[in-house]
Design a protein around this ligand. Structure first.
Ligand SMILES: [Zn+2]
Ligand SMILES: [Zn+2]
Ligand SMILES: [Zn+2]
Ligand SMILES: [Zn+2]
Length: 346
């Protein structure tokens, strides 16, 4: 493939592979914690780090990492105090981060790599071999921590009170998660940019949550979707000449819209079928029960009743009990209840 002939494109694709897998792996926890915009805020803070790196001629990636991690720790400590002023403190930190970055970058001597747009929106061609090495280390550390601590991070993200009650170190786990977000923000700098990284963390996770039935499934699915949109977006941006970050994020959003629509249609038809079936037996002659004359067929956690060749399962609703069809004449169990949309636990 032509796209692979250039060194800068090889590095860009490597970086997009890593970002695509890592960003949603961290984003899943943020979505669960209803902190979707934390990545966005840390992206702002990282810009100050980039500027310090450019001014002092150290690697911007390393300086951005330091700034983002410091910002993340600060945010968690403010949040842990639970004051209402925490919200304002976050805003001050975020806008201070971007304002500091803009001002400091403008002070950099001419001829320096001070293209601010490249940091805000990504510029794949700027990925250096040193960046790729740093990104590889970040990727291994983040994915390793998510694998090791995933269940615990999920517990804390899902219900902090409960996690505290069962003795999990809530503050420590929140700090780890904030650190992971900071590392991911920096990892995404070259490919999607500091302003768009949050989208790559959140949107694939949101798609996965529409489809997955467990946390583990959501995690794996989110990473896979992230990989696909990240690599295909980077490749597409090479051929169309569009910025990689915007292209990747638009792809992810398109995926989200398509899946949302498909899920809505599936639920609507599921409910309609369910209502139709339930209506057939609305005027049920009796409530099924032991000795009602119909054959009992155990089915999972409940008992179905063989009613004229099909299986009925009692389904309590607000207005009483009706019967769902759970199997055909061959007696094979077949659940026809509408797909549930509720959050499933790990
Ligand atoms: Zn019966
Ligand atoms: Zn029936
Ligand atoms: Zn029902
Ligand atoms: Zn059943």
């Amino acid at each position: 493939m032509e796209v692979l002939e250039y060194g800068f494109m090889q590095r860009a694709l490597l970086a997009s592979l890593m970002v695509g897998a890592v960003a949603p792996a961290v984003g899943v926890f943020l979505v669960q914690r209803r902190l979707s915009l934390l990545g966005d805020g840390l992206g702002h803070v990282a810009l100050t780090g980039v500027a310090v790196g450019v001014l002092t001629s150290t690697a911007p990636v390393g300086a951005a990492l330091v700034a983002a991690v410091l910002g993340a720790v600060l945010i968690e400590l403010v949040r842990a105090r639970g004051r209402t002023s925490g919200d304002v403190a976050l805003a001050v930190l975020f806008y201070g981060g971007i304002a500091g970055g803009v001002v400091l970058l403008s002070l950099a001597p001419r001829g320096q790599a001070t293209n601010i747009e490249a940091y805000l929106f990504g510029a794949i061609t700027t990925t250096s071999p040193g960046d790729v090495a740093a990104f590889a280390v970040i990727t291994v550390v983040v994915l390793g921590l998510v694998t090791l601590l995933g269940q615990r991070l999920y517990a804390v993200s899902d219900d902090e009170e409960y996690a505290r009650a069962v003795g999990l170190p809530v503050l420590a786990l929140n700090l780890v998660l904030a650190g992971l977000v900071a590392a991911t923000v920096v990892l995404s700098m070259r490919v999607v940019g500091l302003l768009l990284v949050s989208a790559l963390m959140i949107v694939p996770s949101a798609v996965a949550q529409l489809l997955a039935r467990s946390f583990r499934q959501a995690l794996v699915l989110a990473c896979s979707l992230g990989l696909v949109v990240s690599v295909s977006g980077t490749t597409a941006s090479y051929y169309t000449g569009t910025p990689s970050g915007g292209t990747i994020v638009l792809l992810a959003i398109a995926l989200f819209l398509v899946v949302s629509a498909a899920v809505a249609v599936r639920e609507a038809t599921g409910h309609r079928r369910h209502r139709r079936r339930a209506a057939i037996h609305a005027a049920h002659p009796h409530d099924h029960g032991t000795g009602c004359g119909h054959r009992e067929v155990p089915h999972g956690d409940h008992v179905d009743y063989d009613h004229d060749g099909h299986l009925h399962a009692a389904h309590p609703t607000g207005s009483g009990v009706h019967y769902d069809e759970h199997g055909g004449h061959d007696g094979t169990a077949r659940d026809t209840a509408p797909p549930s949309r509720g959050r499933s636990r790990a």
